[in-house]
Design a binder for this molecule. Structure first.
Ligand code: AMP
Length: 215
């Protein structure tokens, strides 16, 4: 089973895919995390990737080669969860070619529906641990001694979670990413999730869908 979690910035894709990966033994592929890692490690492509700090999309060719490396790895075969990918129609079409080439398939696209006002609050409160990668929220899901083992000093706000960048990220989402939904609707792979409310309530909706796919 390969799953795509879809939604606007701050919809909770990272949080839900983290839970899903653990419960269903899937491998989480966050293109945002992969790109931030390239920048951190100052790899040869890192300069081209720095556009993410302004909220712009990274070129499709770079994303395509990162994804192909993962799809080619047999140990993750048909157990991937994509978070933040695909983000353009071109990426979605390329993903179809890649899954065919590596004899895999996409099982479902889970689209998280959230109001813009909720999203802004979620992004303003978002904190990520640079050591373990877990995502918390100062307002709704703060890091505590029970849910987070690393030192508090590892918690940080993402550089692209600013008001100015956020505006650009929303515009890019509306213009380039949202049209993908029709592509998957036509393939009858799209399932919509009410992404408001508590993390566990959202997860329960997703769990039911995944469970029904496995049956
Ligand atoms: P995310 O962690 O998913 O919010 O992604 C952070 C930023 O990385 C985005 O705002 C984009 O600039 C870039 N990014 C992540 N995934 C992709 C993708 N699939 N295609 C192009 N750019 C991406």
């Amino acid at each position: 089973m390969n799953v795509i979690i879809f939604g606007p910035p701050g919809a909770g894709k990272g949080t839900q895919s983290e839970i899903l990966a653990k419960k269903f033994n899937l491998f989480k592929v966050s293109t945002g995390d992969l790109l931030r890692k390239e920048i951190k490690n100052k790899t040869p492509i890192s300069e081209k990737i720095k556009v993410i700090n302004k909220g712009n999309l990274v070129p499709d060719e770079i994303i395509g080669s990162l994804i192909e490396n993962i799809l080619a790895n047999k140990s993750y075969c048909n157990r991937l969860i994509f978070d933040g990918y695909p983000r353009t129609l071109n990426q979605a079409e390329n993903l179809d070619l890649l899954v065919k080439k590596h004899k895999q398939k996409i099982s479902v696209i889970l689209s998280l529906k959230v109001d813009e006002s909720d999203i802004i609050k979620r992004i303003q409160g978002r904190e990520t641990c640079s050591k373990c990668g877990l995502i918390f929220n100062k307002f709704f899901n703060p890091a505590t001694e029970e849910n987070h083992k690393c030192d508090k000093t590892f918690l940080h706000k993402r550089v692209d979670d600013t008001e100015k960048t956020l505006k650009n990220r929303f515009e890019t989402y509306a213009k380039k990413t949202l049209p993908i939904l029709d592509y998957y609707r036509n393939q009858k792979l799209l399932r919509e999730i009410d992404g408001k409310g508590k993390i566990n309530d959202i997860y329960q909706q997703i769990h039911q869908i995944i469970h029904s796919l496995e049956a």
